[in-house]
Design a protein around this ligand. Structure first.
Ligand code: CA
Ligand code: CA
Ligand code: CA
Ligand code: CA
Length: 377
């Protein structure tokens, strides 16, 4: 009897090891293979557009941000990172329009109306894992291409990992938060150096406890959400003087399974909307209320349909809530996909927001009023 149980246990262990190897053939750089059980039964949506694959193979694509064109919304773009070598730009049909082999870019974010050389520009910042620096770009509105605007090397002095940007509704200043593999978080103020280039100064440092990657700042509420990737989602004040006081939003095993990866905010009116987290360990996306104490709302996953494969083991995500074109009339949610179909390199998948909102029970809010391009204007 006992040896029978042992035999079965050994068989099961061998089976899970084999399953892990098969799952990871596409390149698992993360601690989870996305095959974990659901903690909350998700509802399913499908992607309607996917981007071209990134140039590097293995676990390379990580995070993205959406740039909204100032006048022609259909020319809005997705900026996606390749942590094995660069950063790419894709249009809303998924076509790559630029790739810069600038180094191991991991997380990326954007803010608008940054005052630079007498203009108001869209500023994109990214963490470079190879050099532990912050890369800084603007987007050329005519070409849609990234153009470097850092005054020089912005050396963080820590093992950089995640990044998110913040525009203070109190001071009007712009910041990049940088997270690290040992839990250190830095808050860098970004400013025009006086000759049309961007410089940065370190304004705040604190420790979340262990390795932290994904983060997002709420530009209305002046809050910062940080993912301590094996453990928890935390909420801090986003102002440089806000210290270390924090609120626990959720812990792994409750509504998400580690790593908690990308975090993003869907804005819907004053304090309305959602905080969305990539639950990498079970390939789902967990939605919390944006206001109050960030109560859990619901969970969804992106399944395969037609030519576009399912999304699994996601790193970065982003969402916008405004009309972009006829494919995305009420905004778009974009997710990195770990295992792209047909053995291709990783890419990013696009899901219309209304298909997420209307598939939830009860439906989620669709609110087109928040315009990220007005932040800082
Ligand atoms: Ca990954
Ligand atoms: Ca991670
Ligand atoms: Ca996939
Ligand atoms: Ca990641």
């Amino acid at each position: 009897m006992r040896s029978e149980i042992m035999r079965r246990t050994i068989k099961m262990a061998a089976f899970s090891a084999l399953a892990m190897i098969i799952t990871c053939l596409g390149g698992c750089g993360d601690s989870n293979d996305g095959s974990g059980a659901y903690l909350d039964e998700p509802f399913f949506v499908t992607a309607t557009v996917e981007t071209d694959s990134i140039p590097n193979g293995g676990d390379a694509a990580d995070d993205l941000c959406i740039w909204i064109h100032p006048t022609d919304l259909s020319k809005s773009l997705i900026v996606g990172t390749d942590k094995r070598g660069g950063i790419g730009v894709y249009d809303l049909s998924g076509r790559e329009i630029q790739y810069r082999a600038d180094g191991k870019m991991n997380n990326v974010d954007i803010r608008y109306n940054f005052p630079l050389g007498g203009d108001d520009v869209a500023l994109v910042t990214a963490t470079n894992l190879g050099e532990d620096t912050i890369a800084i770009y603007t987007i050329n509105t005519a070409t849609g291409e990234l153009e470097p605007v850092a005054v020089g090397v912005i050396d963080t002095g820590i093992s950089v990992y995640g990044l998110c940007m913040y525009h203070s509704p109190i001071s009007g200043k712009y910041y990049s938060f940088v997270t690290s593999t040992n839990g250190t978080v830095q808050q860098w103020e970004l400013f025009d150096n006086g000759s049309g280039l961007v410089d940065a100064s370190l304004e705040r440092t604190f420790d979340v406890g262990s390795g932290a990657e994904g983060c997002v700042a709420d530009d209305e509420a002046a809050l910062l959400y940080v993912g301590e990737e094996n453990d928890a989602i935390w909420r801090y004040g986003a102002e440089p003087g806000d210290g270390e006081e924090r609120l626990l939003v959720d812990r792994t095993g409750n509504h998400f399974m580690s790593d908690v990866e990308g975090l993003t905010i869907y804005y819907a009116g004053k304090a309305g909307g959602y905080l969305i987290a990539s639950s990498q360990g079970n390939s789902t996306f967990v939605i919390y209320e944006r206001d109050g104490t960030n109560e859990y709302v619901t969970t969804f996953a992106i399944e395969a349909e037609n030519d576009i494969d399912a999304v699994s083991t996601t790193d970065g995500i982003d969402v916008v809530n405004i009309f972009l074109n006829d494919d995305f009339p009420e905004g778009v949610f974009v997710a990195q996909d770990n295992n792209n179909s047909k053995g291709e390199h990783q890419n990013f998948k696009l899901v219309p927001w209304e298909s997420i909102a209307n598939s939830a029970n009860p439906p989620l809010v669709i609110d087109l009023s928040w315009d990220p391009r007005l932040v800082g204007s």
